[in-house]
Design a protein. Structure first.
Length: 231
């Protein structure tokens, strides 16, 4: 697996768990506000980390760390992702996948093989604004919808989340997203921060007061909702 980053200790990537986070290289989106730009458009080969070093660490931390989260870039682009998760499971760790939902066949296989304990899928925007928000000319929304269906219907725990940006998200967009994710287990609105790693700069966060108003749109449609990253 192409690993380009490894955070050994995180208290925020897996709720109520001590987690290691593995960052894979490459992505099939080009979201201009992405904060992991080096994993999307950077020199992935030059930043590659030996997978053996990750497993050496996991071997030593058994019983001290609860879970391993695999994110990106887009992790489902890795052809041996299932092999990686299987090895993690054999070491006794919980597993979490972050995905953009554009590879539902991979997600379906991982769920069917019971290799995931938690799935987090980004909902970039309302359906008609997906190309604008992801930096592509077009997006296969059938694949996005299929991934959403798989997560909603799975017994595996999971969530949907949207990073709010002033230039991309309106109240109408959020109403559409609320209808779209209806029936989900969890939905979170995340704050945007312009960091050094962003692909493009100059975008702005949405004020917390407005994010709270948007969150009310999801109250009767999703079991658990919340804000993340707002002061």
């Amino acid at each position: 697996m192409i690993i380009c980053g490894f955070e050994k200790f995180s208290m925020v990537d897996y709720a109520d768990k001590i987690c290691c986070t593995v960052f894979t290289g490459g992505c099939n989106f080009r979201c201009p506000f992405c904060h992991n730009g080096s994993l999307v458009i950077g020199d992935v080969a030059a930043n590659r980390i030996d997978e053996g070093k990750v497993f050496d660490y996991l071997e030593k931390r058994r019983g001290l760390v609860d879970a391993v989260s695999v994110t990106g870039g887009e992790a489902t682009l890795q052809p041996d992702l299932d092999v990686f998760f299987r090895r993690v499971r054999e070491l006794g760790y919980l597993t979490k996948l972050d995905t953009n939902g554009l590879n539902p066949s991979v997600l379906e296989r991982l769920l069917a093989e019971n290799l995931l304990d938690y799935v987090a899928m980004d909902i970039k925007n309302s359906p008609e604004k997906y190309p604008l928000t992801t930096g592509l000319k077009s997006v296969d929304m059938d694949k996005i919808n299929e991934s959403m269906r798989l997560i909603k219907e799975s017994e595996t725990d999971g969530e949907f989340r949207t990073t709010l940006i002033e230039e991309f998200h309106t109240a109408d967009d959020m109403r559409e997203i609320a209808d779209w994710v209806c029936g989900a287990k969890r939905y979170y609105i995340q704050n945007y921060k312009d960091s050094e790693g962003c692909i493009e700069h100059g975008y702005h966060p949405v004020p917390k007061s407005r994010a709270e108003e948007y969150l009310l749109m999801f109250k009767d449609k999703v079991r658990i909702t919340g804000l993340r990253g707002f002061d």
